[in-house]
Design a protein around this ligand. Sequence first.
Ligand SMILES: C[S@@+](CC[C@H](N)C(=O)[O-])C[C@H]1O[C@@H](n2cnc3c(N)ncnc32)[C@H](O)[C@@H]1O
Ligand SMILES: [Zn+2]
Ligand SMILES: [Zn+2]
Ligand SMILES: [Zn+2]
Ligand SMILES: [Zn+2]
Ligand SMILES: [Zn+2]
Ligand SMILES: [Zn+2]
Length: 535
Amino acid sequence: MAAPRARLGTVEAEGSSGRQGNSGVEVVVSSDPAPPAPLCPHGPTLLFVKANQGKEETRRFYACSACRDRKDCNFFQWEDEKLSGARLAAREAHNRRCQPPLSRSQCVERYLKFIELPLSQRKFCQRCQQLLLPDDEEKHHKHQIVGDISITQLKRPSQLLYPLENKKTNAQYLFADRSCLFLVDLLSTLGFRRVLCVGTPRLHELIRLKASGDKKSNVKSLLLDIDFRYSQFYMEDSFCHYNMFNHHFFDGKAALEVCRTFLQKDKGEGVIMVTDPPFGGLVEPLALTFKKLIAMWKEGQSQDNSHKELPIFWIFPYFFESRICQFFPSFCMLDYQVDYDNHALYKHGKTGRKQSPVRIFTNIPPNKIILPIEEGYRFCPLCQRYVSLENQHCEHCNSCTSKDGRKWNHCFLCKKCVKPSWIHCNICNHCALPDHSCNSPKHGCFICGELDHKRSTCPNIFTSKKVNKYCLHRWGEGGYEGESKSLKFYRAVRKQKQRKSNKMKMETTKGQSMNHTSVTRKKKRRERAHQYLCS
Ligand SMILES: C[S@@+](CC[C@H](N)C(=O)[O-])C[C@H]1O[C@@H](n2cnc3c(N)ncnc32)[C@H](O)[C@@H]1O
Ligand SMILES: [Zn+2]
Ligand SMILES: [Zn+2]
Ligand SMILES: [Zn+2]
Ligand SMILES: [Zn+2]
Ligand SMILES: [Zn+2]
Ligand SMILES: [Zn+2]
């Protein structure tokens, strides 16, 4: 049987959510003591199950936690598969071969030698992405070399290294300066003295840069990231090679202790965790990891502080709101739109800011977080939080209801605010896109058919193959570039369809009934894409 591995990452899973329909690959999270998972080069693998609608659970299998493409890590093992001693040994050898060529302490040693060199001898190989010591030069003489590496350059490795943009593993999208500066200023305004940066190398370097230039600030930062190249630039106490999908420290206990010490210093006072995981990643393993980091922080707390939470900023697209809040009910989503540098769609263009779907989820009370007025945010005294200018306070919902930065409209029949592009459908009994199909799961959730929620808040959202095909296209497979293309395509199709349907359909206004003809399967599929991309 072909391994279901190829589609991994197309679905996000919820072992405990009680799937009801559709099929997909789910992460299995066992509350019982489970046998230890086999190891791939990226640490313990995750257990997955391929689930099919209406069928008993099928065979479970282990696959890599970090790579969503088998080209990057092709580990696959059935849960009940017995491996021969020879195969186990071959796997161990393979795992060892895949580890970085230098140990963490060797990297530090090299770095210390490097900064002692005169400027004219400080070289960086672009091809190998490596700082070179004089003895290395011979090996790299045919490669593209950058010389005169200054201390300033060493302090900004995210500008020296090229970003690893492969969507299914690193998805290294770096903050645009203004977002990064906003975060640094916010962290210091909020009084944090230590920042655990999980997958935020640019934030890490900016915090350190600011601290070195400003004696008063002195904020400390520890970076945990899977990108080993960063270990060339930092001492052991400021970088750990880490996998955030399985809480694996590649350098073992010593690195774990670095993290523990950092979290527990000053009895855990003054520390915050900031994370910006690859958006194609699975929410559940991330949440489990963050809970482990929270537990590590908690161990250092005194009994009287047991009610306290580790402050967190989790940066992720807004449409994961319900999913993140499922795991962290105290989190709320801020309106601030996070911009990226090497990102075709969301960087700050010449024509002004394009809407970024990336937000900050946090357990810090939103009234403490001031969003920049000059970037288009205002304070809503009724909600006691900063919101986008277009996000107007709805007196009926008593809230600033927009999630995507556009002005939403209140629907009296649905008794809530809805996206501006939606109109009320009397057949479905709720608001939807004008060209939606009333034939899709009637009156209920698009994915599981339940009546009490919509697709966007469905607990099974990522167990649907079709929906996730688009999701992956958007955030994983096609990634950012793919998304811009697919968005353009779907927007064009949608416009065309809207024009057509405006002609064909009887006039519909909010609250009036709509009549739809049945649609073909192809049309339905497209509508699902629209619904997803526009929801
Ligand atoms: C979306 S980027 C965030 C970068 C951030 N915006 C910045 O500018 O500092 C994702 C980051 O997570 C890291 N990453 C990807 N997969 C990871 C994993 N499994 N474990 C730890 N870090 C990972 C990438 O190397 C990258 O630095
Ligand atoms: Zn792996
Ligand atoms: Zn080289
Ligand atoms: Zn409001
Ligand atoms: Zn409303
Ligand atoms: Zn409605
Ligand atoms: Zn309808």
